[in-house]
Design a protein around this ligand. Structure first.
Ligand SMILES: C[S@@+](CC[C@H](N)C(=O)[O-])C[C@H]1O[C@@H](n2cnc3c(N)ncnc32)[C@H](O)[C@@H]1O
Length: 391
């Protein structure tokens, strides 16, 4: 049995390392026993490089999980943890990432991890003790407050999707500190590493990610509406807004406008999706798990159709594949022609800008008033200024 999970863990870490992970993080993943943090599951499941949901709400929506090890590793490398450092984690979950952090900071370091659910906190403490990391402090509370009694920290990491940077995290970071968080950029998420730069915070790296959202008063306004339960047709919007009769629109006449732009799924997910989200207030994502309403979308996975586009009142326009493999803007509803023109113009603009991706994205987070120029996303506490370095 022991040999079984060791070999499985090595295989998982080998797979994770294909993403170009640092030796220190790879060694930590090889050392920390993930199965101790997921005791109810077979080791064959535990040592897959997958996120594993561990708790759902009354509607069946996931509210806690052990994150995908590859994503954990990428974020730990963004965080750049060193031996002896003090680290605060928001989102203790199973405690697994906290244990990996404890391994990285070593006996002279300190790890504090906060979770909003008392039962998760209790279990994370048990797991950490059993795995040999009883020194990790797991705190019950809303992570938005950070944990002042142990501040200052060298590193702060959120392992839950955040809509804004909480002032407490920034205040509790010491000089030279770094914060890594899966940050909402108008409905899409990027794991962003921030450091102080003069009077504001600037990004050092950003990578695509998809974390469950933070709960509590600091939760963001992102909204998911189910339009048809039979097909599980949903629309995701960056914030709550009134939308019209989308089902009637999808059932009616269609406008097809070829964009002439071709792109792979990765480029669309990483690049065009982000571009649309931050440039177009009417941005939306639609998906369904059973065929019914959506044509073949450019982001489809097996058993899961997804498309991105724009929605306005009773009309919408989605990106789909044309027969020649280039993107087509398909408009539905009374304003379908205008929306198809608008969506096609965005695709052309993205293409004309050199098809920017997350690599090269720079985000400056200002607590006060941001500079007047630039692409600004206003949050509750910060204003984010986005720019791309295409060099
Ligand atoms: C993806 S899980 C974290 C995974 C965890 N780091 C691990 O290794 O298992 C996200 C966690 O964030 C927690 N969470 C959600 N909202 C929170 C909040 N406002 N404050 C603290 N934790 C929160 C959830 O309860 C959940 O356990």
């Amino acid at each position: 049995m022991a040999a079984g999970w060791r070999a499985l863990r090595e295989d998982m870490v080998t797979e994770v390392c294909e993403r170009g992970i640092s030796d220190a993080v790879a060694e930590a993943l090889l050392t920390v026993p993930r199965h101790v943090f997921l005791p109810e599951l077979p080791v064959e499941v535990v040592y897959q490089d997958d996120a594993i949901v561990t708790k759902r709400d009354a509607h069946g929506r996931p509210i806690s999980s052990s994150s995908q090890p590859a994503m954990m590793a990428i974020m730990l490398d963004q965080l750049g943890v060193e031996p002896g450092q003090r680290v605060l984690e928001i989102g203790a979950g199973t405690g697994y990432n906290a244990a990996v952090l404890a391994h990285l900071v070593g006996p002279r370091g300190r790890v504090v991890s906060v979770d909003i659910d008392a039962d998760l906190v209790r279990r994370a403490r048990e797991h950490l003790a059993r795995a040999g990391y009883p020194e990790v402090e797991v705190v019950y509370g809303d992570g938005v407050e950070g944990f002042a009694p142990e501040a200052p920290y060298d590193r702060v990491i959120a392992t839950v999707g955040v809509w804004d940077l909480a002032p407490a995290w920034l205040d509790q970071l010491g000089p030279g500190g770094r914060l890594v968080a899966p940050l909402d950029l108008r409905g899409v998420q990027r794991s962003v590493a921030f450091e102080r730069a003069g009077g504001h915070w600037t990004s050092r790296s950003a990578v695509p990610c998809g974390f469950m959202r933070m709960r509590g008063p600091f939760a963001g306004p992102e909204t998911i509406l189910v339009l048809d339960w039979d097909t599980d047709l949903t629309i995701s919007l960056p914030e709550a807004e009134e939308i019209g009769d989308i089902l009637t629109a999808l059932d009616g006449p269609v406008t097809e406008l070829p964009t002439g732009v071709g792109a792979g799924r990765g480029q669309l997910l990483d690049g065009l999706n982000l571009w649309l989200a931050v440039h177009e207030p009417r941005w939306c994502t639609m998906s369904e798990t059973r065929p019914g309403w959506l044509a073949a979308g450019p982001l489809d996975l097996e058993g899961f159709k997804t498309s991105i586009g724009i929605v306005e009142g009773d009309s919408l326009c989605l990106l789909e594949w044309g027969s020649d493999g280039t993107l087509v803007a398909r408009g539905y509803g009374p304003e379908r022609n205008r929306l198809a023109d608008d969506l096609s113009a965005h695709v052309q603009a993205w293409y004309g800008a050199g098809q920017p991706m997350t690599t090269g994205l720079r985000i400056d987070a200002h607590l006060g008033a941001p500079p007047r120029d630039g692409l600004v996303i206003r949050k509750r506490h910060t204003s984010l200024v986005l720019s791309w370095n295409l060099g």
